[in-house]
Design a protein around this ligand. Structure first.
Ligand code: HEM
Length: 455
């Protein structure tokens, strides 16, 4: 069997750069309505379930992809500047340009865009993703070391597997679960593996984070709740200080102290980001239920795996497909710090470039497997380490200097979680939109509607 890992093998991106162009007023309104508003409405930082339901019912991501493809046919595949009063905003329409934006950072393309700063400062004002260029390197290096990027088995791998087994096997033995039963169990596991066993039942902490994330959805439009934010960071700091063995807090405590890192802000980002991993896990089960041959191969992999710290490449690929097909980061943004040249055209400094994940991952005009479950996309043969322009069209964990440093830990943890949920059983989907082999997979999938039975 082909070894699988987490680098997509893709068609080479078209090599010839294309100039930027400008959308008219009508087209700007159409794109704002079909591609941007549905993303914002769903909640960039904390999903709003009624809007997630609506997106699924109306397949809003499909409409967004169609609108973006239509604009690309009209203008070519260079960046498309929208007519937004007082702002310079460009939609990215090619893998080539996405590759350039992600690779060339943090200058001239900064990940700390003003939209991200406005949103994330509500709960992690000194988080790495929104750090200014002079503060970013130390925080980035710290995150890479703590989360052990590019290390398939994190130092806490055995403990993570144990926590996943303890917190999630109850769902399997109950024989049936939905989002409302999965999510609380997932958060118990997340609190334990991030902060230690003492945090297992500290729902007040994640509720507080949830309230601040809900404010963050409104970015500039909501006032910062300074006292609540300080309280969140204080409580996280206390868990980090306790450094319970087997948790990420223990890994953090072992790192050299650097006051400029502001550890609690970084850990606030981690807690927030585990939500996406839970959603990806819950959706992965729909892929397993709808693809029996793959599920059978996964069952063999789980049977054979090491009991203490299992390496599960097929499950990693399943989760990667979950976040490719239904990206949890709806858009990846970059802001230019200077004027930039696009095949002879100039795009002004201060432009926010929007890479819509739905188009990047599901571009059926360019990708054969856009709408199929295709775990083989993550096969490692000849994958040149995530830097080739040919890989840029599928970036669920971003790429380049701001790519997700939690990626390997996430893929390990979600893989282990799926192995616990499915071990020795066949999974059947009993509610929510079906994801069935041989049919074009839906572009919007309401994870809150999915429910499963095991037999
Ligand atoms: C399914 C789960 C996850 C997905 C799909 C994901 C995806 C991403 C993406 C796309 C970015 C980059 C955003 C950008 O380029 O603007 C990012 C950044 C980041 N992620 Fe994740 N992430 C996940 C879970 C996690 C977890 C669980 C952690 C920590 C435990 C984490 C830690 C981070 C950090 C610290 C950054 C900022 C990196 C920087 O600014 O250099 N992520 N993630």
């Amino acid at each position: 069997m082909t070894a699988l890992h987490d680098r997509a093998v893709q068609h080479p991106a078209p090599a010839v750069p294309a100039p930027a162009s400008r959308a008219g007023v009508g087209e700007t309104l159409r794109l704002a309505g079909t591609a941007l508003a549905p993303m914002l409405a769903r909640g960039i930082i904390l999903r709003r379930p009624p809007l997630v339901r609506l997106a699924d019912r109306l397949q809003l991501d499909d409409r967004a992809v169609r609108a973006l493809q239509a604009s690309r046919r009209r203008h070519g595949d260079g960046p498309l500047l929208l007519r937004v009063p007082g702002r310079s905003l460009a939609l990215v329409l090619s893998a080539r340009d996405a590759g350039r934006l992600l690779a060339e950072g943090p200058t001239p393309f900064s990940p700390a865009t003003r939209e991200k700063r406005a949103a994330l400062q509500h709960f992690q004002p000194r988080g790495v993703l929104i750090s200014p260029p002079e503060e970013r390197p130390a925080r980035r290096a710290w995150n890479e070391t703590a989360l052990q990027v590019d290390v398939p088995l994190h130092a806490q791998a055995a403990s993570v597997a144990q926590i996943a087994a303890q917190e999630l096997s109850g769902l399997r033995t109950a024989g049936r679960w939905d989002w409302d039963t999965f999510a609380p169990a997932w958060w118990r596991a997340v609190r334990r593996l991030t902060l230690g066993d003492a945090a297992r039942d500290d729902e007040a902490l994640t509720d507080l984070l949830g309230r601040l994330r809900s404010r963050a959805n409104w970015a500039f439009l909501r006032r910062t709740d300074g006292p609540a934010r300080a309280e969140l960071l204080r409580r996280i700091e206390a868990y980090v200080q306790a450094a319970e063995p087997g948790s990420l807090a223990a890994t953090v405590a072992a790192l050299p102290a650097d006051p400029d890192v502001h550890v609690a802000d970084q850990v606030a980002h981690w807690l927030f980001a585990w939500d996406a991993a839970g959603i990806a896990t819950h959706r992965s089960l729909a892929l397993l239920a709808g693809h029996p041959a793959h599920a059978a191969a996964v069952a063999e992999e789980v049977d054979r795996a090491d009991a203490v710290a299992p390496d599960l490449p097929l499950l990693r690929a399943t989760v990667l497909e979950s976040v490719r097909l239904w990206p949890t980061t709806l858009a990846v943004l970059r802001e230019s710090t200077q004027d930039t040249d696009w095949a002879g055209s100039t795009v002004p400094a201060g432009t926010t470039f929007v890479i819509a994940s739905s188009l990047a991952h599901r571009d059926d005009e360019l990708l054969d497997d856009a709408d199929r479950f295709a775990p083989q996309l993550w096969a490692d043969d000849a994958a040149p380490g995530g830097t080739s322009a040919s890989l840029w069209s599928m970036v669920p964990f971003s790429a380049g200097p701001a790519r997700c440093p939690g990626r390997d830990l996430v893929l390990y943890t979600t893989g282990v979680a799926l192995s616990v949920l499915t071990a020795g059983h066949r999974v059947e989907q009993v509610a929510g939109r079906r994801v069935v082999e041989g049919t074009a997979l839906p572009r919007s999938l309401d994870h809150t509607a999915l429910a499963y039975r095991v037999s």
